[in-house]
Design a protein around this ligand. Structure first.
Ligand code: ATP
Length: 474
């Protein structure tokens, strides 16, 4: 990894030395009881030998708080111990199998944990460990003796909110942290006062709870936006997110935005939402990780896509697979048809009720279902190590996300979708189905935007198909 020296608009520079970081540990002694509500099962601990820890990708770090001290070093911590994390948090990390920080954690954590708290806009590829960076920040900043909301974290889907919660619960296992969800149908309607220190949820429910003062915003000092570009840009989500931000009025609010993608128009907006932020940015050509091999299949027509998917079934179930469709009804229809033909698949989308959604994703997470047919609802953030294949049954299009947009491919959503595989340096495969001139051209635009080759696979030779896939996953 190399760090470029840059100046931002305000002329702040980025030094390149990487000495030991000075960080403030959590206030007071953190009690050691197990706490935290509402966890979902965690993945097996990840092997720390992951290629990711040694992989190289370019980032640009731009420090906002160097003006008064131009010689101040660019912090970079090679070990979790160097960060001065509280021993109970270190214990939690090691229990999860996190031996040393990933690249983004190495760069982001010292900046996130420094006092006075500074905002951050952080970018790194899917599956590289951004969650731990903001979770450790929340767990390090809260006062464990104060039973009031102190950190608020927003995610674009209930599935992602639940996953983030499971990371908080695991990392905070040896602390007394109290947590609460702000997701639909979780709290009783007459709930009046949340005393949990960290609240994770989706923007609509969070803003409702803040507005009704069920969440007291007075002590909230950390505000995290995971999948920040999506949260600020998408119709509806953007307004609700802003509403949450406006309801958090603490004088010293540390605002943390993370995503694998920050398209240009969101980048400038993000800087307004999180002023004077330290920035960690990827180069354009580094947006997607190389350990995901991208393929496409040339289908004759829309119906042929279904046949091809069925013929892939054996491959889809070697590990686990996620199939992305444009519409909820497509996901349901494919799932019903395949089930009727004796295949085992599940479908998940936003029209299902909350309890059903939770049950479906939990079953998939536990490996009890191998094939999940879904929409963009879980395109972002979902981390399931065993997923080694992603199929874009329909390519993602801009007009699904932005009202009035045309049928250009949605490059950001594509990057996030394929990023459901190849987690933390593992190998993964993505397959795009194209079936006419329009979808073919859309795929070409994706290829161009990412600067990565998407390889054709014959649809009429199952053996070749299998051989290529297995080779890619080796
Ligand atoms: N330092 C570490 N050591 C070992 N495993 C890690 C480490 N950091 C993260 N991981 C694992 O890597 C996986 C991916 O992490 P995470 O979900 O935070 O990625 P992400 O960057 O947020 O991805 P996305 O952009 O898709 O949201 C997780 O399973 C996590 O447990």
């Amino acid at each position: 990894m190399s760090v470029s020296i840059t100046k931002d608009e305000d002329g702040f520079i980025t030094p390149t030395v990487a000495p030991k970081a000075t960080v403030t540990p959590p206030k007071d002694e953190a009690p050691t009881s197990e706490a935290a509500s509402g966890s979902v099962p965690l993945e097996e601990p990840t092997p720390s030998t992951s290629e990711l820890l040694t992989s190289s990708f370019e980032v640009t770090v731009t420090l906002a708080d160097q003006q008064g001290n131009p010689n101040s070093p660019l912090y970079s911590a090679k070990t979790f111990q160097e960060l001065g994390l509280h021993p109970d948090l270190l214990k939690g990390l090691f229990a999860m199998g996190f031996d040393k920080p990933s690249k983004i954690q190495e760069k982001a954590l010292p900046l996130l944990l420094t006092d006075p708290p500074t905002n951050m806009i952080g970018q790194s590829q899917s599956g590289t460990g951004k969650t731990a960076a903001f979770v450790l920040t929340m767990l390090s900043r809260i006062d464990y003796d104060l039973n009031k909301p102190q950190a608020v974290c927003l995610a674009p889907s209930r599935e992602l909110a639940r996953q983030i919660m499971s990371v908080i619960t695991a990392m905070g296992k040896y602390t007394s942290v109290q947590t609460e969800y702000a997701i639909k149908d979780n709290l009783p309607r007459d709930a009046t006062n949340i005393t949990a220190q960290i609240i994770v949820g989706t923007p609509g429910t969070m803003s409702d709870l803040l507005r009704r003062k069920v969440i007291d915003a007075t002590h909230v000092k950390v505000f995290v936006l995971d999948e920040a570009d999506n949260m600020l840009d998408q119709d509806g989500l953007g307004e609700q997110t802003l509403r949450v931000k406006n309801l958090l009025r603490a004088k010293q609010l540390q605002i943390i935005l993370f995503s694998a993608t920050f398209p240009d128009h969101v980048r400038s907006y993000a800087s307004k939402i999180a002023p004077n932020a330290n920035k960690i940015e990827l180069q354009k050509e580094e947006l997607s990780v190389d350990n995901i091999r991208q393929f496409y299949m040339d289908c004759r027509n829309a119906e042929h896509k279904y046949d091809i998917l069925v013929s892939l079934y054996q491959l889809l179930t070697i590990g686990q697979s996620i199939i992305f469709c444009q519409h909820r009804h497509t996901a349901d229809r494919i799932s019903q048809r395949m089930t009727a033909e004796g295949h085992r698949v599940a479908s998940l989308h936003g029209a299902k009720d909350a309890a059903e959604r939770d049950a479906i994703i939990d079953r998939f997470r536990e490996g009890r279902e191998k094939v999940l047919i879904t929409t963009n609802v879980i395109a972002r953030g979902i981390d399931i190590m065993q997923v080694n294949m992603v199929v874009n049954y329909d390519l993602p299009l801009m007009n699904e996300r932005v009202k009035g947009a045309d049928e250009r491919p949605d490059i950001e959503t594509y990057i996030h979708r394929i990023g459901r595989t190849g987690r933390f340096g593992r190998r993964g495969v993505s397959i795009n189905f194209v079936h006419d001139k329009k979808t073919w051209m859309q795929m070409e635009l994706i290829e161009k935007a990412l600067g990565k080759k998407i390889t054709r696979i014959e649809t009429n030779d199952v053996d070749e198909m299998e051989a290529k896939m297995k080779q890619a996953l080796k």
